[in-house]
Design a protein around this ligand. Sequence first.
Ligand code: PMP
Ligand code: GLU
Length: 400
Amino acid sequence: MEYLANRVLKMSESETLAMTRIARELKAQGKDIISLSIGEPDFNTPEEVKNYAKQAIDDNWTHYPPVPGYPELREAISKKFKRDNNLNYSPEQIIVSTGAKQSIYQVVMSLVNPDDEVIIPAPYWVSYKEIVKVAEGKCVFIKTTLENDFKVTPAQLEAAITNKTKLIMFSSPSNPTGMLYSKDELKGIADMLSRHKNVFVMADEIYEHINFQGKHESLAQFDKIKEQVITINGVAKGFAMTGWRLGYIGAPLAIAKACDKLQGQVTSATCSIAQRAAIKAMEMNPKTSKDIISMRNKFKERRDMMFHLLQEIPGVKTRLPQGAFYFFPEVNSYFGKKYDKYTINDSNDLTMYLLYEANVALVPGAAFGDDNCIRFSYATSNELLVEAIKRIKNALSKLQ
Ligand code: PMP
Ligand code: GLU
């Protein structure tokens, strides 16, 4: 093993994917596991998108596509940015990749030199910090609290900026907390950033369409920091297209070109058929698309049900998330308690206890940078959610 490169040895496995793998393995052994671990819509890809992809195969869209994506797709994304977010990204500023995860990876690799500092408000999505580690950057975490909806203030961000700061990374709607930054809050961040022209921000908006509050707000809308913002988005969450592996960025031209160069040496481009499918997805207007609206309404219904169910569990403290499909409640009131062979000292212990004693797979808050919490993905049926909470409530009641 020691022959493996340090960058891999030092890197952690994605804990969202690890919990999903364990849940799959236990299911294969015949265990009745309910998985609330992975953040993946349980809906199917809209019919019109699937039909367009089927036609693309018949029409032989089967050759290498251009590295940054088909011109028609980049044009469709450019129009989508204008239509939904009032952002002016020309097609040249848009790079299509194999999932938003690869988009994020390429942005970090294009910007971060060894020892550059990257500010990441915690809780954060698991892969941000591991990608920064691969780039040999230094993560600077800012702790946020449940009482403040896990949101960071411009003053907190500014206090963390040094002359080594290169990048800030955050998601809104947030994975794992489900919280949103309002237009005013984003404006506060933009005003602060306009005083720090060497600092870039990666605004991850992949949950844009799963917003129960109203209109999605993009950080890049504030012109004075437009040249500092990289907007991340993709089709996985809002269009139930996780397996198609397609994400994209809108970025200042030099950053887009750097990502294009990197991608040309790594994947050559994402799958041609997925790209054709994404053209259809981009044409779907979130204001009028029945598919997008009905998925969002279903998620909202589940969010409301989960909020109610979680509040009935003693010692579990939660806020009402405004977007995405996660709850991130505080569960530290169970730390220090025991049952049978289990002692619960942290969010990892509690997650394992709930996996084996309640047969429900969740993800420990420690993976997202907050060990007091645990993440529930509610992208599954109402019946399974009710059953999962019943099991969890029962298992937690045994802890003394
Ligand atoms: N950003 C966030 C906040 C996510 O939760 C995810 C998970 N899918 C991604 C990016 C990556 O998305 P994709 O599946 O398109 O790689
Ligand atoms: N983003 C999803 C999650 O947080 C999918 C898994 C992953 O890529 O991390 O569960």
